[in-house]
Design a protein around this ligand. Structure first.
Ligand SMILES: C[C@@](O)(CCOP(=O)(O)OP(=O)(O)O)CC(=O)O
Ligand SMILES: [Mg+2]
Length: 335
C-alpha cells in the first residue's frame, strides 16, 4: 500500500470517529511539555439525561457559592480517570443515577485551562438521590419538566438541554465518544480542506487536504495530517488559525477559516501527568473571501513544511464534502 493510500485510509478512520496515534507534531519542541490535569488543564463533564416524559435530570447544588440552586449533573475530572469514567462518577455522585453515554453533544473550550464535555446520556439504573442522602456533592436530584420555575445555578444549561432534545429528535451528526488513545499535550489534527466548485455542475467539486511534510523520528513517516499543539490560552480554533497563518501567510488576509467541528477525540488519562492531554481530530474549511492569483486551486503555501493533496478518491471525497456542506460534525464552541 503506498503512502497516499495509507493517508486516505487514515482519513477514512478519522471520518468514522476512530482515533490515530499521534506520531509527530507540527509544533516547536518547547510546546510539547506534557500537560497536567488540574495544574494546567481542567476538564469538566456535564450530562443531559431525559426520562420517557422528556423531563431532564437536575441536581440541587450543595456548594456554598450556589447552595440550593439547580444544575445539570456536572463536575471536574479527577486524575487517572477517563472522560467516560468521569461522566459515570459525576452522575452517580450527584444524582444517584447510573448512565451510559449516547454521544458527546458539544465541546466548549477556553484553551487548555477549561474544556467542558457535554454528554447526551441515558439512564441504565440507580435511583434519584433524595434529600435524606444529601452530601457535599449535591442535596438531591429531580426530573425537571423544563417549564416549572426552578432556581438555576447557571442559565447556560438551557441551550444544552435544547441541543439534547434536538439531537434525540434528529441526530445531525454521528454519535461520538472519546477514543482511548493516550496523549501528553492538548493538540489538534485538522482535516484542513479547500474546495473548488466546478463551473459545470454535473461534475463534482474538487477537494484538497493540507498535509505536513515534517519527518518523524522514524523518518519513514508517511505524508500525514498536521498536528498542532494548543498551548496556554490557545483555543482549538485559534490553533488552526495559527497553522493557516504560518503556512499561507501571503494569502491569510483573504481567507475565511471555518472550524466545522470535531470528528473525533482521543484521551486516555490513565497516567497522571503523562496522559492528561487530548487530541482533537477536527474538520476545517478554508475559502477565499476575495479573488486572488490562484485560479481554481487552494491558497499558495509559504515554504516547504506543508503541501496540498488533492483527494481524487471519489467515495472519500464525497464523504468529506458531505460532512463539510452538511455540517454533520460535533460542534466545538471556543468561548
Ligand atoms: C463546570 C461548571 O459548569 C460546573 C461543574 O463544576 P462543579 O463546580 O460542579 O465541580 P464538581 O465539584 O467537581 O462537581 C462550572 C464551570 O466551570 O463553569
Ligand atoms: Mg458538580
Amino acid at each position: 500500500m503506498d503512502s497516499l493510500d495509507i493517508l486516505e485510509e487514515n482519513v477514512e478512520k478519522i471520518l468514522k470517529g476512530e482515533g490515530l496515534e499521534v506520531k509527530e507534531f507540527d509544533s516547536a519542541r518547547d510546546q510539547l511539555q506534557p500537560v497536567r490535569l488540574r495544574k494546567d488543564v481542567c476538564y469538566i463533564v456535564a450530562a443531559v439525561i431525559f426520562n420517557s416524559k422528556e423531563e431532564v435530570l437536575m441536581v440541587q447544588e450543595a456548594k456554598t457559592e450556589c447552595y440550593g440552586r439547580w444544575y445539570l449533573p456536572a463536575g471536574r475530572m479527577e486524575g487517572g480517570e477517563s472522560i467516560l469514567e468521569a461522566l459515570h462518577r459525576e452522575v452517580k455522585e450527584e444524582a444517584g443515577i447510573d448512565c451510559q453515554p449516547i454521544t458527546i453533544l458539544l465541546v466548549q473550550e477556553q484553551g487548555p485551562q477549561w474544556v467542558r464535555f457535554i454528554f447526551l446520556a441515558e439512564v441504565t439504573g440507580g435511583s434519584l438521590k433524595t434529600t435524606a442522602e444529601a452530601d457535599g456533592e449535591s442535596l438531591q436530584a429531580q426530573w425537571w419538566d423544563r417549564e416549572s420555575p426552578l432556581p438555576l445555578r447557571g442559565r447556560d444549561i438551557l441551550s444544552l438541554i435544547t441541543a439534547g432534545l434536538k439531537y434525540l429528535q434528529n441526530p445531525w451528526f454521528q454519535a461520538l465518544k472519546p477514543v482511548d488513545i493516550p496523549c501528553q499535550v492538548i493538540c489538534q489534527r485538522p482535516l484542513l480542506t479547500f474546495v473548488t466548485s466546478r463551473s459545470d455542475s454535473s461534475e463534482e467539486d474538487r477537494l484538497w487536504l493540507l498535509l505536513s511534510n515534517s519527518k518523524g523520528e522514524d523518518a519513514s513517516l508517511h505524508p500525514h495530517l498536521p498536528v498542532e499543539v494548543s498551548n496556554k490560552r490557545c483555543t482549538v480554533t485559534w490553533a488552526v488559525r495559527r497553522l493557516v497563518k504560518e503556512s499561507m501567510s501571503s494569502s491569510y488576509s483573504r481567507l475565511n477559516v471555518t472550524m466545522c467541528g470535531i470528528l473525533g477525540l482521543q484521551h486516555n488519562g490513565r497516567v497522571l501527568g503523562k496522559t492528561d492531554g487530548i487530541c482533537f481530530n477536527t474538520l476545517v474549511f478554508l475559502e477565499f473571501s476575495e479573488e486572488g492569483p490562484e485560479i481554481g486551486g487552494p491558497p499558495l503555501l509559504d515554504g516547504d513544511c506543508y503541501r496540498w493533496h488533492e483527494v481524487t478518491n471519489q467515495p472519500l471525497r464525497a464523504k468529506m464534502l458531505q460532512r463539510i456542506k452538511g455540517g454533520s460534525v460535533l460542534p466545538v464552541h471556543s468561548l
